[in-house]
Design a protein around this ligand. Structure first.
Ligand SMILES: Cc1cc2nc3c(=O)[nH]c(=O)nc-3n(C[C@H](O)[C@H](O)[C@H](O)COP(=O)(O)OP(=O)(O)OC[C@H]3O[C@@H](n4cnc5c(N)ncnc54)[C@H](O)[C@@H]3O)c2cc1C
Length: 337
């Protein structure tokens, strides 16, 4: 089925809660109907946008084209073999409900990604990650449809060009496709990834090491650390953690001995963007209704009636300041529309 509406409000479909509208909005849970609509309408793909939960998007204005909102939300077990299970989840399924399903059914591999907002269909787009796990570690295939021809595709993991918060869907296939479902390869054998930070200790606070307790620990850490978008508009980490040349990292460490960095063993170091923003003195600062969160400098917030342009202008000031102070260019993780 396709539900088509015009002049559609997006306030509840973007976690910054900007009061913007889409010229047209199409909700669909049928690949068949979508294919028919595309072949009959032959839409201009420069005026199409796929929107999941809107938790990684910043709208600077009303969207002057068509927004597709996939609502496929089935979960199907495709195969169980040896110690693995192949599960297909619809793109519109809420990501955290999918994680909950896996935890309750003893499927190992996505528990560290508990409580990440958004939908299953968006998970491969920026290769979501948290607490030492990334979606790419468990994605087997991504299925979808080309928005210009209506042709279906299925990409194997290696064809998705996954990288740090990156994939083919943010590059060559950007704005050209709609992901309809994702196939995950999960383990049915006990298998945890608790090396990140103090995760193992936090899990033990809940009792034995098991899937439910890992999920509870991750949920508790995230809830304490990150602002709830339902209360304070935000889109999680606004910037990516920059990867800088080892020579620059060493120079900066001479000046700032407490500067953290992770050696990527390829001549570059990954530096926490939050540390740079803190060090530059932005933590807790607000400009009008656009703010830098008081506990998490990487998160920019809508503290009232900010617009996308207000947040973007604050982001630009931060980017300039970080460039001037550290010689580092910050790259946005959030997609600006
Ligand atoms: C409080 C908070 C915490 C967060 N923490 C994390 C974190 O720990 N790790 C992390 O990686 N991210 C995090 N995020 C970012 C966000 O949750 C993820 O990027 C999530 O995957 C976005 O899902 P969404 O459905 O909201 O996508 P949207 O914001 O709707 O869309 C994001 C991009 O994906 C595209 N897209 C969405 N669905 C589809 C589809 N079906 N087919 C094709 N393209 C599609 C959109 O066009 C857009 O380009 C956080 C966000 C918030 C608000």
């Amino acid at each position: 089925m396709l539900q088509i509406q015009n002049n559609f409000p997006l306030k509840d479909l973007n976690t910054f809660h900007f009061d913007v509208y889409a010229s047209s909005y199409i909700k669909t849970n049928s690949t068949e109907d979508l294919r028919t609509w595309i072949t009959e309408t032959k839409p201009d793909i420069n005026r199409l946008l796929v929107l999941g939960g809107g938790s990684n998007i910043l709208f600077t204005k009303d969207y002057p084209g068509i927004i597709f909102h996939p609502s496929f939300d089935d979960i199907t077990i495709l195969e169980k073999k040896n110690d693995e299970v192949l599960i297909e989840a619809g793109a519109g399924k809420t990501w955290d409900e999918f994680v909950e399903y896996c935890v309750e059914n003893s499927h190992y591999g996505v528990e560290n990604l508990s409580l990440i907002p958004g939908t299953v269909g968006a998970a491969p787009v920026q290769n979501i990650g948290a607490y030492g796990s990334e979606a790419k570690d468990v994605i087997s295939k991504v299925n979808g449809i080309f928005l210009d021809t209506g042709k279906e595709f299925s990409l194997e993991n290696r064809e998705c060009n996954f990288g740090y918060r990156n994939s083919i869907f943010k590059n060559e296939l950007k704005n050209r496709i709609l992901i309809t479902s994702v196939v995950f390869r999960l383990s049915t054998k006990e298998n945890y990834n608790l090396k990140y930070g103090h995760l193992e200790e936090r899990v033990k606070e809940f009792g034995d090491i098991n899937l439910r307790n890992v999920r509870q620990a991750v949920t508790a850490i995230r809830s304490a650390k990150l602002p709830d978008p339902d209360k304070t508009g935000n889109a999680g980490s606004f910037f990516k953690n920059p990867e800088i040349p080892a020579s620059l990292f060493r120079d900066l460490q001479t000046k700032y001995p407490d500067m953290p960095g992770y050696d990527l063993n390829n001549g570059t170091f990954k530096v926490p963007a939050g540390w740079l923003i803190d060090k530059a003195g932005w933590k807790g600062k607000t400009v009008g209704n656009a703010g830098v969160h008081r506990d998490q400098s990487l998160v920019l917030t809508n503290t009232g009636n900010a617009t996308g342009r207000d947040i973007l202008s604050l982001a630009a000031s931060i980017e300039n300041d970080i460039k001037n102070k550290f010689g580092i260019t910050l790259e946005k993780e959030v997609i600006v529309i």
